[in-house]
Design a protein around this ligand. Structure first.
Ligand code: NAG
Ligand code: NAG
Ligand code: NAG
Ligand code: NAG
Ligand code: NAG
Ligand code: NAG
Ligand code: NAG
Ligand code: NAG
Length: 452
């Protein structure tokens, strides 16, 4: 009985927060402009996902999510120092997927929807090595009449691919005279032929077909994700978004417990330009989405953070510093100094409650009904995190769904996926702006997200 009442109270609290102090617009349509076309999104581990694996427990999700979030920060911190053509942003098995069709006749496929990278690839036959991708058969380009391999001489397409090389003209190189791409992160990698193919996105009664989408046909793939591949929606020329020649897109993912699904919209209507709902995207050469986080407040009081802790810059050793919005990191990562201050301020507000911690999260409580309101202040946009986005249920506790980034790991902080659920996130690549609009719904899954 107690837990039932508590559930209701928390739900009302969180709805109150989301409706009360935040801009609310009808779900599904962030603005009245044109949405040209859409594509379905689904979380790999949502029960409706074709890649759902009942043995992949919630504890394992969380663990993988934490490891990946740290790895993403480390990767983004080293981007300017790494051979950026060769490496790929690290991903876990715990990711958001986009559904699309490829080839003629069209075959359904899925790729991790990744705002932190710009190249799209899928596993392709024949496989030198392909990992298991749920029950999905690997794409066979031989069955498609519109599949083409990109020749080395076609520099326009070849140069779009990460780590692109051309084989040498001898019998030992089966790929010659085609252009070969190679992405890798530690033991995870994909290598194959840069190719073009017909790609179609359809959802919500819209459909868009693009001929000659440049993508990677991966013949040698190792342990990347257990999903067929990646859909890169970063801001480099190979990005799906750039190839679709739209300058606005958005994603909206509704999360209710383990059920996590949504939609990506493309076209001017995907973005809202309303005052107070947009913040600049800071241009950079890596196609990632830097934001200007100017402060954080707790219950209306600004937290006293060290000056410039999230400012986009480089330190004396060439390490990148800044704050990125990233769909591939599961949880928000904050540089240690900022994280520690935020945690101590929340603990002060919650002084009547005993703080605890778990293996993965540093600040947890048994009861968060008196938890403070936390707002991230971006230049021009205040983002208030509702309870479901701020907290996560872990080991019987409610934990702050943020991770402390050690200085030795990197200096790029991240707004992670957990904090991007239940809001419309729009990208305007013409004017370099991000918009953030509440959907008017924020189920308190800190409460109903049961432990598995
Ligand atoms: C995948 O195949 C296995 C074995 O045939 C089956 O038990 C499982 O339900 C299938 N999963 C999906 C999502 O179709
Ligand atoms: C695709 O090609 C393979 C052999 O390359 C064949 O076994 C398979 O039946 C084909 N699938 C379709 C749908 O035509
Ligand atoms: C590869 O080498 C062979 C033999 O030297 C030559 O005939 C052929 O034209 C070369 N192919 C290309 C694409 O350069
Ligand atoms: C799609 O079209 C059907 C039939 O016209 C309609 O009932 C449905 O509401 C439409 N869905 C969307 C998302 O527009
Ligand atoms: C969330 O999930 C619960 C349990 O599956 C369900 O009863 C409820 O209707 C869902 N809420 C929404 C808003 O979809
Ligand atoms: C995106 O790429 C375009 C074209 O290179 C560039 O003009 C723009 O500044 C970039 N935006 C960001 C946020 O990187
Ligand atoms: C730069 O690297 C040196 C040597 O590893 C280290 O001592 C120093 O603290 C680093 N500087 C910063 C700003 O991290
Ligand atoms: C970030 O926002 C602050 C406050 O509006 C502004 O002073 C600063 O110039 C901005 N930084 C960048 C890199 O745009």
């Amino acid at each position: 009985m107690y837990s039932f009442i508590f559930l209701i109270v928390s739900l009302i609290n969180s709805l109150d927060q989301c409706f009360g102090s935040s801009p609310s617009l009808p779900p599904g349509k962030p603005s009245s402009g044109d949405i040209l076309f859409s594509a379905p999104l689904i979380h790999r581990s949502s029960p409706e996902s074709p890649f759902y694996d009942p043995d992949y427990t919630r504890a394992k999700h969380i663990q993988d999510g934490v490891i990946t979030s740290v790895a993403r920060s480390r990767y983004f911190s080293q981007l300017s120092a790494l051979a950026k053509d060769y490496v790929a942003a690290p991903l876990s098995g715990w990711n958001l997927l986009m559904k699309y069709t490829l080839g003629t006749p069209a075959v359904t496929s899925y790729g991790i929807f990744d705002t932190g990278s710009s190249f799209t690839w899928i596993q392709c036959r024949p496989c030198v090595h392909c990992y298991k991708q749920g029950n999905y058969t690997v794409f066979n380009p031989q069955n498609s009449s519109t599949y083409r391999q990109v020749q080395c001489t076609d520099q326009e397409y070849c140069s779009m691919a990460p780590g692109h090389t051309c084989g040498s003209n001898n019998s030992e190189d089966p790929d010659f005279p085609f252009c070969v791409y190679h992405t890798s992160y530690r033991d995870k990698s994909s290598r194959g032929v840069v190719s073009t193919e017909t790609l179609t996105l359809s959802a919500e009664n819209t459909s868009r077909t693009m001929d000659n989408m440049v993508f990677g046909c991966g013949h040698d793939n190792h342990d990347v994700s257990h999903s067929p591949g990646i859909v890169g929606v970063g801001n480099q020329s190979a990005s799906l978004v750039r190839q679709l020649t739209v300058s606005h897109f958005s994603h909206y993912v509704f999360a209710n417990g383990t059920h996590i699904r949504g939609v990506a919209h493309f076209g001017p209507g995907a973005f809202t330009s309303d005052v107070g709902m947009t913040t600049p995207l800071l241009p950079n050469g890596y196609g990632v989405y830097y934001l200007n986080l100017t402060g954080i407040s707790v219950d209306g009081s600004e937290v006293n953070l060290p000056a410039g802790i999230f400012e986009k810059s480089k330190d004396e050793n060439g390490t990148d510093v800044g704050f990125i919005i990233d769909s591939g990191a599961s949880y928000t990562m904050l540089r240690g100094e900022a994280f520690d201050i935020l945690v101590s301020v929340i603990m002060d507000v919650m002084s009547e409650y005993t703080p605890e911690s778990t293996e993965h999260f540093e600040l947890c409580y048994r009861d968060i009904s008196d938890a403070p309101e936390v707002v991230f202040h971006f230049n021009g946009l205040d983002y208030m995190l509702c309870d479901a986005n701020l907290w996560i249920r872990h080991s019987g506790l409610y934990c702050l769904a943020m991770i402390r980034l050690k200085e030795s790991e990197g200096k790029v902080s991240i707004l992670g996926f957990h904090q991007q659920r239940n809001v419309h996130i729009g990208y305007d690549l013409e004017n370099n702006l991000l918009s953030l609009v509440y959907s008017g719904a924020c189920p308190d899954d800190a409460v109903d997200f049961l432990e598995g």
